[in-house]
Design a protein around this ligand. Structure first.
Ligand SMILES: *Cc1c(COP(=O)(O)O)cnc(C)c1O
Length: 377
């Protein structure tokens, strides 16, 4: 969404080179929308989606909690004003010395998905809360996160029992239904699995308290998405179905949906050419590509809305590529992108919906290109 404020900023500041501009008003609206749609869930913003200090400060002031993937992200959340009680170390893959550093900073909630990780936490962060991540199939998600994180539900029970035996507090179960999840019912099956883990442990006298519903809430790109209310309702129904009148505490960890629509990347057309005299398709090269922050175009997974000043003219499908000397640096080729026939070298192009998973994905100096500049207004 290119807001008036973003247009004003670009017109008055005229920043040189590609840059991301994030409008905090949109982030503020997104946070309020989540609070309204899921009033009984605590919000843990997934810092990795966009860790700009201005965003973290705004969310901290609005009462958000934070899901951190590393000690640096924990420090950023603390710096922004969050207390350590409001931070979860949600990465299931942590060095033991990072667990110890997080614990020294006051963090006492950790994600695990195996007994080995539980042992690190028992040694480096004794007495802490742990929640175990279970696998999901990621079906329905445009950016699935399956396989790498989580264990099967039967093993989650063992992992949490092990945590109990080592003096940790087995706190709950987490999952992530896959990022950009456009099926509001995707949480249902995972909640059934979570319920199974709760029951297995209850039989051993271990009472779990919390389900971490993860992220996955979508941002609007080219296609319409269900409303936050629709997600809230579907998830509440699934919770009631599986947990009856014993609905546990829940937390959500939105990343993309908190910041995605708040950002716009300004970029410039560097070159437009064809591969042969009678080539039917034009190649459009921008001054940003996969290595400049658009990594989520990998496999053409995320398709961003693109705006130009010539959008009133006729369109034709184009191959869209980045500026580096790497042949992987092509964003849309299998499924070419319609752009105005009149688009010209030097034109400015706005790539919308780029507030999440862009600035920190940008490489430092691949081919000598600077990392993506970011302005938060
Ligand atoms: C990346 C991540 C999130 C955020 O996911 P989105 O799909 O961007 O909302 C939430 N929780 C965990 C554990 C993650 O790794």
């Amino acid at each position: 969404m290119t807001t008036e404020r973003i247009i004003d900023f670009l017109n008055t500041r005229r920043p040189d080179g590609p840059c991301l501009v994030v409008d905090l008003d949109v982030v503020r609206d997104n946070f309020s929308t989540f609070k309204r749609a899921m009033p009984s869930s605590a919000i843990y913003y997934a810092v990795k989606a966009n860790p700009a200090p201005e965003i973290l400060r705004l969310l901290a002031a609005m009462g958000s909690n934070f899901d951190a993937a590393s000690v640096t992200e924990i420090e950023m959340a603390l710096e922004a004003g969050a207390t350590p009680q409001r931070i979860s170390f949600g990465n299931t893959i942590k060095k033991e010395r990072d667990v110890a550093r997080a614990f020294a900073l006051g963090v006492k909630m950790f994600a695990v998905d195996c007994a080995e990780e539980v042992e690190k936490i028992a040694r480096a962060a004794p007495g802490s809360r742990v929640f175990c991540r279970v696998l999901t199939d990621g079906e329905g998600a445009e950016w699935p996160l399956s396989r790498k994180f989580g264990c099967v539900p039967a093993m989650a029970a063992d992992v949490l029992r092990h945590a109990y035996a080592l003096g940790l507090e087995p706190y709950g179960v987490s999952f992530h239904v896959g990022s950009q999840q456009t099926d509001v019912h995707a949480w249902d099956r995972a909640l059934g699995d979570a319920r199974g883990v709760f029951e297995t442990l209850a039989a051993d006298g271990i009472v779990l308290k919390m389900v971490n519903l993860g992220g996955g809430f979508p941002s609007r790109y080219l296609k319409d998405i269900p409303s936050a209310e629709a997600y809230g309702q579907a998830i509440f129904c699934a919770l009631s179905k599986h947990f009856g009148n014993q609905i546990p505490e829940t937390i959500i960890e939105p990343g993309r949906a908190m910041v995605g629509n708040a950002g716009v990347i300004k970029t410039e057309v560097v070159l437009i050419s064809k591969k042969s005299r009678d080539d039917a398709i034009r190649w459009v090269y921008l001054d940003i590509g996969k290595f400049g922050g658009l990594a989520e175009t990998m496999d053409e997974a995320i398709r961003y809305p693109i705006r130009t000043s010539r959008d009133g003219d006729a369109f034709e499908p184009c191959v869209l590529a980045g500026p580096t000397c790497d042949s992987a640096d092509v964003m849309y080729e299998k499924n070419p992108y319609p752009l105005p026939i009149t688009l010209t070298i030097g034109d400015e192009v706005l790539i919308e919906g780029t507030g999440a998973y862009t600035s920190t994905y940008s490489s430092v100096a691949f081919n000598g290109f600077e990392p993506l500049k970011s302005y938060v207004i």
